[in-house]
Design a protein around this ligand. Structure first.
Ligand SMILES: C[S@@+](CC[C@H](N)C(=O)[O-])C[C@H]1O[C@@H](n2cnc3c(N)ncnc32)[C@H](O)[C@@H]1O
Length: 349
């Protein structure tokens, strides 16, 4: 068994011991089936060289599975009642686990570096860190002395190549913020190689949607600039305590290896412009792309209104028929629009 907490009885017992009950407002639907944990860690392809970022450890059910299969785990939890629980349930792994108590939507790189500095302190003081003399921990020891230096995020992969922490994001996410968090983390943590996340099934459908389908929208385009779906499976409500009212999916997204359009790297300005083109194309989903662009720019002040006259040329330059709808455009066409947009001397972004 990967996690002794993955049963309804064990989950109820832990909550009762601490005088707690689940909080619906925080999306607290705890996993109670070990077979699902097994499938999550398999999909995430974890090994001891992986450093994992988790959002919402809850009482630690999935966290234990992560600690058994990966190297270090840093978890972010918003519920102020849970650190005391996690101190108990994760006690055997205290040397490889760090908790950041805050809203994951506000997580910064600095928070993660400070969590790493915590590991370094343990290593230096003998702690319980079993591999404190391994090269993987050298960077953290340096982080102790310069906790805000970027070097604090350096670590080494299984093949000994340098990389930065955390390289994998694995979580059973609070559904209300799941879509936002996944996109935000791919944008914010450039070192993330993949995200393996439990989300509401409909959110997974949006993340995986292809052009021309009803689930394809501005969010899909933005996420797919950063990552590609690499596998998923369905999870029914009876695998949670309490059961949610929706079906869930676990989805793995792998970072796109290189951001390229016509052989050129996508820089931040182009990523931002391409995201704006996605918002513009889906501003009025039922309208033609030309009219949807007009609606979008009309709502963006005088500079936006002034840009409306450029829309026919912009579409023409990218070989996009003005009568098409946003949902038919491929990722490459959105990137082409972003590039053409940036070529304009004055743009309202
Ligand atoms: C679906 S539960 C998952 C719990 C546990 N990982 C499991 O699989 O059983 C979601 C968790 O996210 C936490 N949470 C909710 N909103 C959050 C936020 N904005 N930032 C960090 N954690 C949050 C909840 O308190 C809860 O522990």
């Amino acid at each position: 068994m990967l996690s002794p907490l993955a049963t309804p009885a064990a989950t109820r017992d832990v909550l009762e011991e601490h005088g707690l009950s689940t909080k619906h407002a925080l999306g607290q639907n705890f996993l109670v089936n070990d077979a699902i944990l097994q499938k999550i860690v398999e999909l995430a392809q974890l090994d001891a060289s992986d450093d994992v970022l988790e959002v919402g450890p809850g009482i630690g059910t999935l966290t234990i599975a992560l600690l058994k299969c990966a190297g270090r785990v840093v978890s972010v939890e918003r519920d102020a009642d849970l650190p005391a629980v996690l101190e108990d349930t994760l006690e055997p792994w205290a040397d490889r686990f760090a908790l950041i108590s805050k809203d994951a939507l506000e997580l910064t790189e600095k928070d993660v570096i400070e969590a790493l500095a915590g590991y370094a302190r343990l290593a230096e003081h003998g702690g319980h860190t079993p591999c404190s003399d391994s090269p993987r921990y050298a960077a953290e020891l340096r982080a102790e002395h310069a906790p805000h230096a970027r070097v604090g995020l350096e670590t080494h992969g299984a093949d000994g190549s340098p990389r930065t922490f955390p390289n994998k994001f694995v979580a059973n996410l609070p559904y209300a913020v799941a879509a936002t968090l996944v996109l935000d983390f791919f944008q914010k943590f450039s070192q993330l190689e993949s995200a393996t996340v439990m989300v509401q099934k409909e959110v997974a459908d949006r993340m995986c949607a292809e052009p021309g389908s009803k689930n394809y929208g501005a969010y899909t385009v933005k996420l797919r600039l950063y990552a590609e779906p690499a596998g998923r499976f369905l999870v029914s409500p009876n695998n949670f305590f309490p059961p949610p009212h929706v079906d869930s999916s676990v989805l793995r997204l792998d970072r796109r290896p290189v951001f390229e359009a016509d052989g050129e790297p996508l820089d931040d300005a182009l990523l931002k412009a391409t995201c704006a083109m996605a918002d513009a194309a889906f501003a009025s989903r039922r309208k033609t792309i030309s009219n949807s662009f007009k609606t979008y720019f009309a709502s963006r002040g005088n500079a936006g209104k002034a840009f409306i006259g450029c829309i026919p040329d912009l579409l023409d330059e990218c070989g996009i028929n003005a009568k098409r709808r946003g949902e038919t455009l491929s990722l490459d066409e959105f990137i082409a629009l972003g590039k053409a947009y940036l070529r304009r001397e004055s743009n309202p972004l």
